[in-house]
Ligand binder design. Structure first.
Ligand code: ACO
Length: 339
């Protein structure tokens, strides 16, 4: 564990990284397998292609690549990391994949664990990691968001299979003095009563063990989603939570450099931009290339925009994630980048 720094310090966002599978699947290719087509997918979602983890890759290998990338950008030694949080709903190991990532990265002093909150997972993990830093428990954290939903969609169900892809993104956080604060506010929400809109549920399959004693057999149903309900939820709750966050932090939407939202559907991104009367170009979007990569979308998009120079040190970003649970959240962050 790191030496305890001054209590209630600030948290700086210093490095980013990402990794996507090499296999790409276009809308046209998908259309040769299920009853869908490029025009429908592009006009209803904005998605043109998605990446799928291939035979020579795993979710863990993508996480290690994304994590190593972010550590390198930060100029850190892996041994200096105190905490690794992996946001995922699809770990390679149900007991948690973060420990294997810790070992492979050589981050031997870090405590490492998984956190599950579907597409809100990265945002929830970012806020969780920041609390450990702010209360003085840790100095440096690596937060990874990654998912492999290609394993869990029904590839014959055109209502869901066109939407998702695989990927990983990572962000490093470090304690700093409060004048350089990188997490200026956050809001997190859950409404379990609406959870049946979007599920990846265990199969109901029991086997008898002995007379009168049975057990559940492990295994999951493919993703089940009520697309219209999830769409309505997103266009109602994402602007609402952002509005609350901006009000509480005294931030005029016009002063934001970027909005960085969960990449689920271009129509959702555009609706949020319209609600705040900001140009669509200020809402970062890369879902055309990757589809919805669940917990990975926000750090994947962040890393792309940092690397191509759109996001610059000092930029103010309103970010929001939403998805299964139902769960949703928002954070107002300032990108610092490496020293
Ligand atoms: N190709 C062609 N036609 C299709 C397809 C497809 N892939 N999918 C549906 N259709 C058809 C339907 O059958 C329907 O036909 P009908 O009118 O003859 O019955 C028609 O298109 C319209 O279907 P809708 O479901 O009304 O289409 P909609 O415009 O709502 O778009 C979509 C569907 C894209 C799923 C949208 O509702 C959406 O984006 N919802 C949000 C989903 C989401 O973000 N999920 C992830 C959350 S994150 C997480 O936690 C994993």
């Amino acid at each position: 564990m790191a030496e305890t720094p001054s209590i209630f310090s600030g948290v700086a966002l210093v490095g980013s990284g990402s990794a996507t599978p090499t296999q790409s699947l276009s809308n046209d290719q998908l259309g040769s397998r299920v009853d869908t087509n490029d025009t429908w997918i592009r006009t209803r979602t904005g998605i043109e292609a998605r990446r799928l983890i291939g035979a020579d890759e795993t979710l863990t290998s993508l996480c290690c690549k994304a994590g190593a990338n972010a550590i390198a950008m930060s100029g850190w030694e892996p041994e200096s990391i105190d905490l690794i949080l992996l946001a995922t709903s699809t770990p390679d190991d149900l007991f948690g994949s973060a420990p294997e990532i810790q070992a492979k990265l050589g981050a031997k002093n870090a405590v490492a664990f998984d956190l599950t909150a579907a597409c809100s997972g990265f945002l929830f993990s970012l806020v969780t990691a920041a609390q450990f830093l702010k209360n003085g428990s840790f100095k440096r954290a690596l937060v990874i968001g990654a998912d492999q939903l290609s394993s869990w969609v029904d590839w014959s169900d055109r209502r869901t299979c066109v939407l998702f892809g695989d990927g990983a993104g990572a962000l490093t956080l470090e304690t700093t003095n409060t004048s350089k604060e990188g997490i200026l506010g956050f809001q997190l929400k859950t409404d379990g009563s609406r959870g049946n809109c979007l599920n990846l549920k265990q199969k109901e399959r029991r086997e008898s063990l002995l007379d009168g004693i049975s057990h559940q057999v492990g295994g999951y149903e493919p993703i089940q989603m009520n697309g219209q309900e999830v769409y309505k939820f997103a266009v109602r709750e994402v602007p609402a939570i952002l509005e609350t966050l901006l009000k509480r932090t005294n931030t005029d939407p016009k002063h934001l450099d970027w909005m960085l939202l969960h990449q689920a559907n271009q129509r959702i991104l555009d609706a949020v931009a319209d609600r705040f009367d900001i140009p669509h170009s200020k809402v970062l979007s890369n879902l055309a290339n990757y589809g919805n990569t669940s917990a990975a979308t926000i750090p994947l998009m962040l890393d792309e925009a940092v690397k191509d120079g759109r996001i610059k040190p000092g930029h103010l970003i309103a970010t929001s994630g939403f998805g299964a649970g139902l769960s949703w959240g928002a954070a107002l962050v300032r990108w610092q980048g490496p020293d």
